[in-house]
Write a protein that binds this ligand. Structure first.
Ligand SMILES: [Ca+2]
Ligand SMILES: [Ca+2]
Length: 211
């Protein structure tokens, strides 16, 4: 391969690696799990009952915290459309006013987070947003009005590790059920591939373009 061609391949590889580095969001559980290299840790809230209004709630190696305008608890009783999607228990988030929050804090850094949830944005409708303490932000990952009990999924894979993830509900008053929470520190395979591509591109650019 000639020097010019090697230089060109290097530049293209670098651009591809750089361009593809972005935080990803998933509305499909199967796609989220397919993007992970190994099965993530799992929390289904089974065997735990915590009265609504308790906060923080430690569960395994994470802690759920309701913001000032939220009541949270762990329930085994479906109510008003809220229900478990795995086993019998689920995490209950009662958002009491506009922009109420719930925060998940992990004991060690993670890069992937996914959760099944239901009964969000029924009644009044509104917007759900998500952000991490590291600046990952999806300001409107779900918006509109949904039927009572409607099942949804949200997952993110972030470029950088994070410890805290906060969900905000603009609705004003809305009960939401969470279940089958997945989290993982493991980079997804495409990230390995892209960093390899970036390293290769950089080497080619150094050796072929800059001499
Ligand atoms: Ca469960
Ligand atoms: Ca609701």
């Amino acid at each position: 391969m000639g020097g010019f061609l090697r230089c060109l391949v290097g530049v293209v590889s670098l651009l591809a690696a750089f361009h593809a580095r972005a935080d990803s969001i998933f509305a499909d559980s199967a796609q989220f799990h397919a993007a992970l290299a190994v099965p993530p840790s799992f929390e289904g809230f089974e065997g735990l009952l915590v009265p609504l209004g308790t906060s923080p709630i430690p569960v395994g190696d994470l802690t759920a915290t309701g913001g000032p305008a939220s009541h949270i608890g762990i329930s085994d009783t479906p109510v008003n459309g809220l229900h478990p999607t795995e086993g019998s228990n689920f995490l209950f988030w009662d958002a009491l006013v506009t922009d109420a929050t719930i925060t998940f804090v992990f004991e060690s850094p993670i890069r992937a987070f996914g959760v099944e949830f239901n009964d969000a944005l029924d009644g009044l409708g509104g917007v759900l947003s998500l952000e991490t303490e590291t600046g990952v932000s999806f300001p409107s990952f779900l918006s509109g009005t949904f039927p009572s009990g409607d099942e949804q999924f949200v997952g993110i894979i972030a470029d950088a590790p994070f410890l805290e993830l906060t969900l905000t509900n603009s609705s004003g008053t809305d009960g939401v059920a969470f279940d089958a929470l997945s989290y993982s520190p493991i980079p997804e395979p495409t990230t390995h591939l892209l960093s390899l591509l970036g390293t290769l591109g950089l080497a080619l650019v150094r050796n072929s373009c800059l001499r």
